[in-house]
Design a protein around this ligand. Structure first.
Ligand SMILES: Cc1cc2nc3c(=O)[nH]c(=O)nc-3n(C[C@H](O)[C@H](O)[C@H](O)COP(=O)(O)OP(=O)(O)OC[C@H]3O[C@@H](n4cnc5c(N)ncnc54)[C@H](O)[C@@H]3O)c2cc1C
Length: 328
């Protein structure tokens, strides 16, 4: 058994300072991912800096131009917030489709964005080949059991799927991630926050060791207010997506689509925006035929492996059904 030191930080600044002073420390949110990874033998922090006992950073503010979600908000509190449900339904639905009620009551928004892939080869150190866990060791998933793996954004080094649901909705609606570190505050777009694996799949986000997520902001938009999150999975709850879609539409009184947002989950190495599908919708009538035609453009650059080719068609059908759902 390995000893782990536990420290409660009183402020985010104090947490940053503690992390800066200890290269083997890790921030702790609800612990629903980190403690799991410690038990699997994938994460080895010698000290946990608990963020959840400090005051603040757990508010949801739904303003005139932006939704601001503190990094220490619990998933369930955000999902059930009346303004989030009314003005960003896809965000609420994405949270509600993730994990279980008990986990959502514990898990924080910051920890949610930082969750790691569910690739079985990554999470089980008895498999020696995993470039994400052990750079340069290879990727056992390439020719292994890859039914749940990504078909988009893959590289010769990694095909692990990004497992998050919330991040897909945040990607559709152009969220920004606020970060605090030793050099102060910075803001990244949600797209910048999730890099492609390329040759460095071990780098899953651009945060430095002592940097923390402080908040997430999602702009107000008509498309976000008319949105949904559709998640297709092997069982109805407590399961990660085989494919999912966050979709939002702004439809004018004459039935023309003025704005469209489409992002995919469960099929890519990062939350996957679909600009080609959006372009095929904007300016056209909101009809079943147009939805089908546009959805057929999803996952256009897919590179399926032996067991996951089904995800290409599943992604397209998920987008089509989400468009039909959101248009009523
Ligand atoms: C059985 C099970 C099923 C699940 N199903 C789903 C699902 O269907 N969909 C889904 O989206 N998720 C699912 N999850 C994942 C779940 O959403 C995450 O475990 C949770 O959101 C992580 O939040 P946390 O606060 O517990 O993070 P923690 O476990 O505390 O931390 C996770 C990581 O984030 C870091 N961290 C925490 N807070 C911050 C911060 N503010 N800034 C920077 N780094 C930080 C930690 O150091 C750690 O590396 C599931 C989890 C489990 C265990």
């Amino acid at each position: 058994m390995r000893a782990v030191e536990y420290t409660r930080a009183d402020t985010l600044d104090a947490a940053v300072a503690l992390l800066q002073g200890d290269s083997s420390a890790a921030p702790l949110g609800g612990g629903t991912t980190l403690v799991d990874l410690m038990k699997c033998g994938v994460a080895h922090p010698s000290r946990l800096i608990d963020l959840t006992q400090m005051p603040g950073h757990d508010d949801v503010e739904a303003g005139e131009s932006v939704l601001r979600i503190g990094a220490l908000c619990r998933m369930s509190d955000v999902a059930e917030h009346p303004e989030v449900r009314r003005r960003w339904p896809a965000v609420s639905e994405a949270l509600l489709r993730g994990a279980s009620q008990q986990l959502r009551n514990m898990a924080t928004i910051g920890g949610n964005l930082m969750q790691r892939t569910r690739c079985g080869y990554f999470r089980d150190p008895s498999f020696t080949e995993c470039n994400k866990r052990d750079p340069g060791s290879g990727c056992a998933a390439m020719d292994g059991e890859n039914r749940g793996h990504a078909v988009l954004g893959t590289s010769g080094s990694c095909i692990a799927t990004n497992p998050g649901d919330l991040a897909v909705a945040l990607t559709a609606f152009d969220a920004a991630v606020h970060i605090l570190g030793p050099d102060g505050h910075r803001v990244l777009s949600i797209d910048e926050f999730f890099p492609l694996p390329g040759e460095t799949p071990e780098r899953e986000h651009p945060l430095g060791h002592a940097e923390l997520i402080t908040a997430v902001e999602v702009p107000v938009s008509a498309a976000a207010a008319h949105s949904c999150y559709l998640k297709v999975r092997d069982r109805v709850s407590y399961e990660f997506a085989a494919a999912s879609a966050a979709v939002g539409l702004e439809v004018l009184a004459d039935g023309t689509i003025a704005d469209a947002r489409v992002a995919l989950g469960g099929v890519a190495t990062k939350p996957w925006r679909e600009p080609g599908v959006e372009a095929a919708l904007i300016g056209r009538p909101a009809s079943a035929a147009v939805f089908r035609e546009a959805a057929a453009l999803a996952a256009a650059d897919a590179h399926p492996r032996r067991h996951n080719a089904y995800k290409v068609e599943l992604a397209r059908r998920t987008v089509e059904r989400a468009l039909l759902t959101v248009s009523g």
